[in-house]
Design a protein around this ligand. Structure first.
Ligand code: ZN
Length: 480
């Protein structure tokens, strides 16, 4: 793997290992208060591995917890284990921010907290196994974590190297030490970014949050958004707000909405709706997002027909109105050529109006289709042909096709009406001369050739029918 000189040099110069500072050890001690047990020595006698004291009698909450209880002295809730316990441990990762040669680095530690049954206390082994250098966007691993998977506590650090694979070990951590972060970021490229604020803000999303923060911090707008208290925008999509210039140019809304945006720590979707509604009302915005399943394109489209604030108000009086349904309804009105008056746009009962529009549009469209088929019939009428036994003619109308499909049990109506109407293919019906109303063979012709010919239920045609069709194809369709 090729590694840039700059990175190589940095690795060479950075300290291989540092002593755990007193503050750092104290930080871990605080976290470890929750990593303890209650050791049950006999009936109703419990020893707390945290404070070392014994509690006797029924514990405070023994009715509430079956396997956990609260130490009477330190008040912590722990799992109960029998005194013959031999092996037990806790394992978790911690992170700290450090500064090495004016580069910000995240150092990852694993705490292996093992139960020592001889003294009935927990003993920690704390080892550093990875470093992340956001400025280079590289993960470094040492001998304790050679493949980015298992961590070996008894290995010495001989070497740090760049890890190129997909790395899971440090993607999550239990806690990050932030106490001196302002001091640590001095002189680094993250000096002016309020990293502590951001990481605290993300406290509930431990997974991958550091990577995210540093990746996003590369955008100029990140710092600005965080300082403006717009955390959601900063963490969602700072790249969308990189535009320099006025507030309006950057956010697409007037500056007097800023207080509102900050108060609700507005998300990108919410801002998008605010642009459309121009109304700083978070309930309205959230309702609109809900009824559109957060489909911003659909909301934008709807806003070109109707004021979204009116639509939101209207939606409250309707049952199950979604923006998608609403757009279908508008589409139906347009296809029928109905003028979009206020009354049409906001009908008293949306469900009824919507269903009616579906029915009506079907009728209108079928009539259009029918007109086209009638035209096609007129064009193809010249190909009518008969002998003393059979007659063949083009399909005359939509109903004609429906009737053929019904008699023949085939799909000529459902699959071929539109193709036929639009001139993509030609449909003919072959019938007995004496029984012209009774279906016999359905025929498709494409480019002057018979493409399909079937009797009832798609069964093959017989010899007589075939010779008639062959003649017709040759003498009439390709008469030229
Ligand atoms: Zn205790």
């Amino acid at each position: 793997m090729y590694i840039k000189k700059e990175i190589r040099e940095f690795i060479e110069k950075m300290p291989r290992e540092t002593k755990l500072s007193k503050e750092w050890v104290n930080f871990i001690k605080q976290i470890d208060k929750s990593h303890n047990l209650l050791i049950e020595h006999g009936k109703e006698e419990y020893e707390c591995t945290n404070c070392g004291k014994y509690s006797y009698g029924k514990l405070l909450n023994s009715r509430n917890y079956r396997y956990h209880d609260i130490c009477r002295f330190c008040g912590k809730k722990y799992e109960i284990r029998r005194s013959n316990l031999k092996n037990y441990f806790f394992l978790y990762n911690l992170a700290m921010v450090d500064n090495m040669n004016n580069k910000l680095i995240i150092r990852y530690y694993e705490v292996y907290r093992r139960y020592n049954y001889k003294i009935r206390r927990f003993v920690n082994s704390i080892v550093e196994f990875a470093r992340y250098v956001p400025e280079f966007d590289v993960v470094l691993l040492n001998d304790r974590c050679p493949r980015g998977q298992n961590i070996y506590h008894d290995e010495k650090i001989k070497k740090w190297r760049v890890f190129g694979g997909k790395y899971y070990g440090n993607n999550s951590y239990k806690s990050i030490y932030l106490k001196d972060i302002d001091e640590k970021k001095k002189g680094t490229s993250y000096q002016y970014i309020p990293l502590g604020d951001v990481i605290n803000h993300l406290e509930n999303i431990k997974f991958d949050s550091l990577y995210r923060v540093f990746r996003l911090a590369k955008y100029n707008s990140f710092e600005l958004l965080i300082k403006a208290g717009l955390y959601n925008l900063a963490l969602e999509c700072p790249e969308r707000f990189n535009e320099n210039g006025s507030f309006e140019k950057r956010f697409g809304v007037c500056k007097h909405f800023y207080k509102f945006m900050q108060k609700h720590d507005i998300s990108y979707n919410e801002l998008f709706v605010l642009r459309l509604t121009q109304k700083p009302n978070i309930e309205i915005i959230r309702t609109l997002l809900r009824i559109s399943y957060s489909n911003l394109d659909d909301l934008k489209k709807a806003s070109s027909y109707i004021n979204l604030v009116d639509l939101e108000k209207y939606s409250k009086k309707q049952t199950r109105l979604s923006i998608q349904n609403y757009l279908d309804y508008i589409d139906n009105l347009e296809r029928m050529g109905v003028p979009l008056t206020k009354k049409k746009l906001l009908p008293e009962n949306f469900t009824i109006a919507h269903n009616e529009s579906v029915e009506k549009v079907k009728i209108v469209e079928n009539e259009l289709l029918n007109q086209k088929i009638i035209q096609r019939y007129k064009q193809l009428e010249k190909n009518k042909y008969k002998n003393d036994k059979f007659i063949i003619r083009p399909a005359k109308s939509l109903n004609d096709m429906k009737d053929e499909a019904k008699q023949q049990h085939n799909c000529v109506y459902t699959n071929y009406s539109e193709k036929y109407a639009n001139g993509k293919t030609d449909i003919y019906f072959l019938r007995k001369l004496k029984k012209p109303k009774e279906s016999l063979v359905t025929v498709e012709v494409l480019d002057g050739k018979i493409r399909q010919k079937y009797q009832k239920r798609n069964t093959a045609t017989n010899r007589n029918q075939n010779s008639f069709l062959k003649l017709w194809e040759k003498d009439i369709l390709n008469a030229a």
